[in-house]
Design a protein around this ligand. Structure first.
Ligand code: IDP
Ligand code: MG
Length: 139
C-alpha cells in the first residue's frame, strides 16, 4: 500500500448539480488514488446508521433526511497522510468559513449541504469504508 486511506461521499446536492466529476477530478489532482467507488441511494435508516455518532446533535434529523434525499457517490481514497490532507482539501464544515480553492468553498451550498464528507480519523475511515465496501471491492 502506497499510503493510508480515507473515506468520502459526494453528497446529494453535489450529485444533483452534476458536480461529481469535477469534485473527483480535484481529488485525483490533489494526489489521492481511488481505491473503491460506487453511486447509491441511502435509505433514511442507513443514513441514520452512518451518522449515528451525531444522533444527539440538534441537526441529526435534518442530516439524515438530507443524506437520504438522493443518490450519493461513496469513495475510498488512498494517499500518504490521507485523513488530514483530505480534510484540508475539502475545507471547513461551513463553506462560508472554508478556505479559497477548497472543495466546499467551490461546490457547497450551506453548512448542511456541504458537497462532501471526509473521515475524521484513520479508525473512522476504516469503519466508514467497510460500511459501503467489502474487502474484495477495494483495490
Ligand atoms: P464534517 O462533515 O466537517 O466532519 P461534522 O461536524 O462531522 O462535520 O458534521 C457532519 C455533517 O453534519 C456535516 O458535514 C454537515 O452536513 C452536517 N452539519 C454539521 N453541522 C451542522 C449544522 O450546524 N447544521 C446543519 N447541518 C450540520
Ligand atoms: Mg465529521
Amino acid at each position: 500500500m502506497s499510503g493510508n486511506r480515507t473515506f468520502t461521499m459526494v453528497k446529494p446536492e453535489a450529485v444533483e448539480n452534476s458536480d461529481s466529476g469535477a469534485i473527483l477530478a480535484k481529488i485525483e489532482e490533489a494526489g489521492f488514488r481511488i481505491v473503491a467507488m460506487k453511486k447509491l441511494h441511502l435509505s433514511a435508516e442507513r443514513a441514520g446508521k452512518f451518522y449515528e455518532v451525531h444522533n444527539e446533535r440538534p441537526f441529526y434529523g435534518e442530516l439524515v433526511e438530507y443524506m437520504s434525499s438522493g443518490p450519493i457517490v461513496a469513495v475510498v481514497l488512498e494517499k500518504s497522510n490521507a485523513v488530514a490532507d483530505f480534510r484540508t482539501l475539502i475545507g471547513a464544515t461551513d463553506p462560508s468559513e472554508a478556505a479559497d480553492g477548497t472543495i466546499r468553498k467551490l461546490f457547497a451550498e450551506s453548512k448542511a449541504k456541504n458537497a462532501v464528507h471526509g473521515s475524521d480519523s484513520d479508525e473512522n475511515a476504516a469503519i466508514e469504508a467497510s460500511f459501503f465496501f467489502a474487502e474484495l471491492e477495494q483495490f
